[in-house]
Design a protein around this ligand. Structure first.
Ligand SMILES: Cc1ncc(COP(=O)(O)O)c(C=O)c1O
Length: 390
C-alpha cells in the first residue's frame, strides 16, 4: 500500500519542493499539484540506480521512453501510439508553449475552458495569443464542454483550442461523444486541438479516459496529446514530458520545433518516466484506490463541518473544486482560509472568471491531513483565528 498514513507531517515538512516551502511552517499546504505519497518503488530504484552508476549526463535520444509510453498507452487505454510520433520536451508547459509558437502569431485566438489550469493563461500570453474563454457548462452531473459555444468561438476565427483532458480543476473526464464532436468542429473550422492529458493516468473508478487523437480520424488529423509521468507518479521536478501526434502533418509541424528541445529534457525524468510507464501500474492502482476513498471522505468531512460548501467528487485526479459562494467569503475564499485557518488552497480566481468564489484543494495526502484541513477551513469560516502553530 502507498503508506501515506505512515508519513508524519514533520517528515513531509522536510521536503523542499514548492508545496512544502511556499508557506510558513504553521500553514497546512494543500495547493500545488504534488502528492504527499512516497514515490513508486520501481521509480525510486531506477533513480537510485542511475545515481549509483553516475549516470547523470544528457538524456539519450534513444532512451526507450517513447516505447515505454506506447506500452502504457496500449495497456491502459487501448491507444496505439507509434513511438516515432513521440517528441520529448522538458515539461508539458514548455511543450505547449513551443507548439503554440509554431501555430500562433501574435493576436491569434486560443480557446480555453475556464475554470481551467491556471498556467494556461501565462502560456498563451507568452506567445502573444489572444485568449478566448469558453467556460465549461454545468450539467446535471458535473461539467462538460459547451460545444455550441465552442462552435461559435471556432467560427469566429480561433486558431488553437487548449483542451484540458481530464480537466483541472473540476476533475471532469470528457465524454467520448463530446470529444468526437469537438474534433469534427476542429476539422470544420481548421482549429488545432492541443490536448493536455497529463492527469489521464489518474482517472478514477467509474470513468474512462479517451486519448483525444484516438477518438476519430478528424481528431488524429487536427489534434495532438501532451502527456508525462510527472503528475501521476509525482515526478514534476524531474522535467520530462512527451507530445504525441497521430498524423503525418502534425508530425511534420513538430519537426519545426527547436532542435535543442530534446537536449533540454532531464535525464532523471526520462529514467523515472520509463520506470513509471513500464513498472509503475501496481503503485498507480494503489494511489487510485486511496484517491477514490479520499474524494468521498472529503464529501463526508464537508457535509459534517461545512455543509454549505459546494463540492462534487472529481472523476479524475486529486483536486477538489470547492464552491464557497454560499459561505460569503468573497471572490477569493482561499485568502480567508489562509489568513484565519492557516490552510493554503489554490485561489479560485486564478483559474479564470468562473473561479470567483471557489478554491481548489489538493487531496493527495493522508486522511489525517485532509481532516485537519477541513477543521481549519471551518474555523476560518467561523471568523475566529486559531493558533495552529503548536
Ligand atoms: C493540466 C496540467 N497541465 C500541466 C501541468 C504541469 O505540467 P508540467 O510540470 O509538465 O509543465 C499541470 C500541473 O499541475 C496540470 O495540472
Amino acid at each position: 500500500m502507498v503508506a501515506v498514513e505512515e508519513i508524519s507531517l514533520a517528515e513531509l515538512r522536510q521536503r523542499t519542493s514548492a508545496k512544502w516551502r511556499t508557506y510558513p511552517p504553521d500553514v497546512l499546504p494543500l495547493p500545488v499539484a504534488e502528492m504527499d505519497f512516497p514515490i513508486a518503488a520501481p521509480v525510486a530504484e531506477a533513480l537510485h540506480a542511475a545515481i549509483r552508476r553516475s549516470d547523470l549526463g544528457y538524456a539519450s535520444p534513444n532512451s526507450g521512453l517513447a516505447e515505454a509510453l506506447a506500452g502504457f498507452a496500449a495497456r491502459r487505454w487501448g491507444w496505439q501510439v507509434d513511438p516515432a510520433h513521440v517528441t520529448l520536451a522538458p515539461e508539458v508547459g514548455v511543450a505547449v508553449v513551443e507548439v503554440l509558437r509554431l501555430l500562433v502569431r501574435p493576436g491569434d485566438r486560443v480557446v480555453v475552458n475556464p475554470p481551467v489550469y491556471d498556467s494556461f493563461f501565462p502560456w498563451i500570453a507568452e506567445v502573444g495569443g489572444r485568449l478566448v474563454e469558453v467556460p465549461l457548462a454545468r450539467t446535471s452531473d458535473g461539467w462538460a464542454l459547451h460545444l455550441d459555444a465552442m462552435q461559435a468561438a471556432f467560427q469566429a476565427g480561433a486558431r488553437v483550442h487548449l483542451l484540458c483532458s481530464p480537466h483541472n480543476p473540476t476533475g471532469t473526464v470528457h465524454r467520448r461523444h463530446d470529444l468526437e464532436r469537438l474534433a469534427a468542429l476542429a476539422a470544420r473550422y481548421g482549429v488545432t486541438v492541443l490536448a493536455d492529458e497529463i492527469h489521464a493516468p489518474l482517472v478514477l473508478p467509474g470513468r474512462t479516459h479517451h486519448p483525444f487523437v484516438s477518438v476519430s480520424p478528424e481528431a488524429a488529423r487536427h489534434g495532438m496529446v501532451f502527456t508525462s509521468a510527472s503528475k501521476a507518479w509525482n515526478l514534476a521536478g524531474l522535467k520530462c514530458a512527451a507530445i504525441v501526434t497521430a498524423d503525418a502533418a502534425t508530425r511534420r509541424l513538430l519537426q519545426r520545433l527547436p532542435e535543442e528541445l530534446p537536449w533540454r529534457v532531464g535525464q532523471l525524468g526520462v529514467l523515472g518516466g520509463i520506470a513509471a510507464f513500464r513498472a509503475g501500474e501496481p503503485w498507480l492502482e494503489e494511489v487510485l484506490a486511496v484517491l477514490d476513498h479520499h474524494r468521498h471522505y472529503l464529501a463526508e468531512l464537508l457535509a459534517a463541518k461545512i455543509p454549505a460548501m459546494g463540492y462534487r467528487p472529481p472523476d479524475a485526479s486529486y483536486l477538489a473544486w470547492l464552491d464557497c459562494r454560499a459561505l460569503g467569503l468573497g471572490d477569493d475564499p482561499s485568502a480567508v482560509f489562509l489568513a484565519h485557518g492557516r490552510v493554503a488552497l489554490s485561489p479560485g480566481p486564478s483559474f479564470g472568471r468562473p473561479g470567483a468564489g471557489h478554491a481548489r484543494l489538493n487531496m493527495a495526502t493522508s486522511r489525517r491531513i485532509l481532516a485537519a484541513a477541513v477543521d481549519r477551513m471551518a474555523t476560518a469560516i467561523d471568523g475566529t483565528t486559531a493558533d495552529w502553530s503548536a
